[in-house]
Write a new protein. Structure first.
Length: 92
């Protein structure tokens, strides 16, 4: 999925700091990965605790929509407000 090499926190030649453009590129990669995962959960396991990564089958072990609870703040912080709002409405 990710075609670029991940940034190194520290390198032998310096602090490993990246510029804003590179940081923005990596932030977009992470956001795309989250959306990919979220869309699959939404399609195959909505309301269940989790989605099994290989089979894509929904699984419940607590019966509390744990993936939705866990993802709510992440979706909001990533600026995916429509998705976060949908989760919040469902959980109410």
């Amino acid at each position: 999925f990710l075609q670029k090499q991940a940034p190194v926190a520290l390198s032998a030649q310096g602090s490993g700091n990246m510029d804003l453009a590179e940081a923005s590129m990596w932030a977009e990669e992470v956001k795309e990965a989250m959306l990919f995962s979220w869309k699959n959960y939404r399609q195959k396991a909505w309301g269940h605790d989790e989605i099994m990564p290989i089979s894509g089958v929904a699984k419940d072990w607590a019966g509390m929509s744990l993936s939705m609870l866990d993802a709510l703040s992440t979706l909001h912080l990533m600026g995916l407000h429509d998705e976060a709002h949908e989760v919040a409405e469902w959980l109410e």
